[in-house]
Ligand binder design. Sequence first.
Ligand code: HEM
Length: 167
Amino acid sequence: MLAVGSTLGTLGFEGAVDVFGPGVTNTLYVLHKTGGVLLLGLMAVRIVARLKYGRPHYAIPIEHRAQRVLSEAVHGLLYIGLIAMPVLGWAATATGGYPINFFQWVLPPLMGENESLSAVLFQLHGLLGWALIGLLILHISGGLYHWLIRKDGVMTRMSLLRSPRRG
Ligand code: HEM
């Protein structure tokens, strides 16, 4: 989503048509919007599941309070970012008068056209993209720190191949 979005945002529609041609450009826009709407749905499922089942306990005690604050802040901000990003993308697209593509369908815009609002919302969509890249870097760094430095099994817990006893 970030890679395709940034490519389209940097080149703009006309620039993308110059580089990729109209067919591929159209496919990239449709793919980006479809992926974003799917992601919004997955986040909704995740939030419902989390409210219903709670979240797993920390696998290991976290020694430093700062680490726990950082870990919880990154997770919380990822939730907010992954909801806000598709909502902003949807709102920016709808107020710009563009279609909300979802596979071969077009979803209702839910907002009226407003060109200046659309420009602001697209700008926020782009800024939040940078914030998400920062959060991803922190999140991945945390995983690598557990895997390569602490070697404490936190990464194994995320693996599909984990042993059931480890939970
Ligand atoms: C988690 C979901 C999403 C992510 C991570 C994401 C990410 C991005 C990023 C980083 C950009 C580049 C912004 C810029 O540089 O100006 C972008 C552009 C764009 N996004 Fe998204 N996006 C998401 C969801 C959506 C959704 C749901 C829609 C619409 C239904 C959408 C529509 C667009 C459009 C139309 C552009 C191109 C704007 C242009 O041509 O200048 N995005 N997206």
